[in-house]
Ligand binder design. Structure first.
Ligand code: GDP
Ligand code: GDP
Length: 438
């Protein structure tokens, strides 16, 4: 299902993060325990009165060329929100009152014509309500006073959000379809690949209903499986976007990754893996998405029998956390191996959804411990009582142990490798969670 996007914009310290934390759904604690998965996300799912939406914390984004100037950074935040969001929450500080920059940002937001809710935060009590009046001068309509800390008026705020996003019923997306995000830097061949991939298929191109944005998802069927290609960076509408899109292309790619089941990272064979590729691949990995790496423009490479192995080695070294991703050497131009992509996506999706029974897992755990005894600290050995699969997409396993502190990183790696050797799980990250005896 497409979820409307609500962006939160505002100067540092006005209380965006606090507000954000008060509104977004609590993360399931099981996810927080995953070692190594602590990075800040910028997208979060939220829900109010049965309506789901996604919130984006534009304050959490570092803009590369914003030269640490707060106003420039604010302007970028605002532009990003204008370009991407369905509703913008503009947060100001009711304790400090209006600041000079508030007006300038308000002007940028107002001229966009996007739905904007002016949120005066830090109105912690009824007596402070009078502080909201001066903000009428920003020309953004009625301000709403809230206290993110005391959770005051947040319900009214969310009601207003729903007034904008809840009016148009969002058409059900094809839930069972495999959602694909083709990601990669400009000019690696994403559009060409899309056309080559879809060349043989009967496709339906659909605007996402109920939104003001120009995202176009492509639906098609291939041998009985339904696919949806998520539009990234206006791929199918080149040249239509008039504001500096480059700056936001990464953000858009991340959004597509959030919505996808399988991310297809497209590389240019003549260029290899760039920093931006690593960033996006890292995001897909941490979000637990399936991944496939396509090395496109393979026609441009002089090859002998070792060339692809050499390329694979380089990719494995650069994207060290993503050893599980299949690599496809392809050419959108000559269509070499393009026909394999849909099957590969389907395969990875199946791997993500695979379930292993607890009895089979426990056999694996006993065998693994025989080959390689668990680590110990100060004479206390780690004991693994049993393991069970808690969820799919990504496959997530819970290990019940005597004391999680005794686990060693390398032993987790060993267990992950055993799982992969035995069951495959190709193209998908695996999460291992430790539970100790209380
Ligand atoms: P951000 O930089 O905009 O994300 O702001 P933060 O959420 O980090 O908040 C900045 C400071 O304002 C912190 O010290 C918060 O505790 C405080 N703060 C946030 N919301 C409120 C509020 O509703 N009332 C009061 N009094 N303080 C708040
Ligand atoms: P995008 O920006 O990632 O969507 O890239 P495009 O699909 O627009 O491709 C960028 C350029 O690379 C165009 O000139 C394409 O014709 C060219 N191109 C794309 N795929 C291939 C390929 O497999 N081989 C060769 N030689 N050129 C390609």
């Amino acid at each position: 299902m497409y979820k409307p996007l609500v962006a939160v914009v505002g100067r540092p310290n006005v209380g965006k993060s606090t507000l954000f934390n008060a509104i977004v759904k609590k993360r399931i604690s099981i996810v927080e325990d995953i070692p190594g998965v602590t990075r800040d996300r910028i997208y979060f799912d939220a829900e109010w009165l049965g309506h789901e939406f996604t919130m984006i914390d534009t304050g959490g984004i570092e803009f590369i060329d914003s030269d640490s100037n707060i106003f420039t950074s604010m302007r970028y935040q605002a532009e990003l929100a204008i370009h991407e969001a369905d509703v913008i929450l503009y947060v100001v500080d009711g304790k400090m009152g209006i600041q000079p920059q508030d007006q300038e940002i308000a002007n940028i937001l107002r001229s966009s014509g996007k739905p904007i809710i002016l949120v005066v935060n830090k109105i912690d009590s009824i007596e402070q309500e009078v502080n909201i009046y001066e903000f009428y001068s920003l020309g953004l309509g009625d301000p709403i006073g809230v206290s993110a800390v005391n959770l005051m008026n947040l319900g009214d705020l969310l009601d207003q959000v729903l007034e904008y996003i809840g009016k148009t019923p969002v058409e059900e997306d094809a839930e069972d379809a495999i959602h694909i995000a083709l990601i990669g830097r400009p000019n690696v061949g994403k559009s060409s690949l899309t056309n080559a991939l879809l060349g043989q298929e009967r496709v339906i191109v659909s605007n996402i209903p109920g939104t003001t944005r120009d995202s176009i998802d492509t639906h098609w069927q291939h041998e009985g499986t339904e696919f949806v290609l998520i539009d990234t960076a206006g791929m199918r509408r080149k040249g239509k976007i008039d504001i500096p899109v480059e700056r936001y292309s990464v953000i858009r790619a991340l959004r597509a990754v959030d919505r996808c089941d399988v991310a297809v990272l497209v590389l240019d064979a003549t260029e290899g893996v760039t920093e931006q590729d690593k960033k996006i691949a890292g995001y897909a990995h941490e979000a637990g998405k399936g991944s496939i790496i396509v090395v496109n423009k393979w026609d441009l490479i002089d090859k002998d029998s070792k060339t692809s192995d050499k390329f694979s080695e380089d990719i494995r070294r650069e994207l060290v956390f993503m050893q599980y991703a299949p690599i496809l050497y392809a050419s959108a131009l000559t269509k070499q191996r393009i026909h394999r992509l849909a099957d590969l996506v389907k395969f990875v999706s199946e791997q993500q959804n695979m379930r292993v029974s607890t009895s089979v897992l426990n056999e694996l755990i006993s065998d693994a411990q025989l080959i390689n005894p668990p680590p110990a600290k100060n004479g206390h050995p780690l004991r693994i009582y049993y393991m069970t699969q808690a969820s799919v997409k990504p496959p997530t396993f819970v290990l019940f142990v005597n004391d999680p502190q005794l686990m060693h990183f390398s032993y987790l790696r060993f267990l992950e490798n055993k799982l992969r050797e035995t069951f495959g799980f190709e193209g998908t990250p695996i999460h291992l969670i430790l539970r100790g005896k209380k």
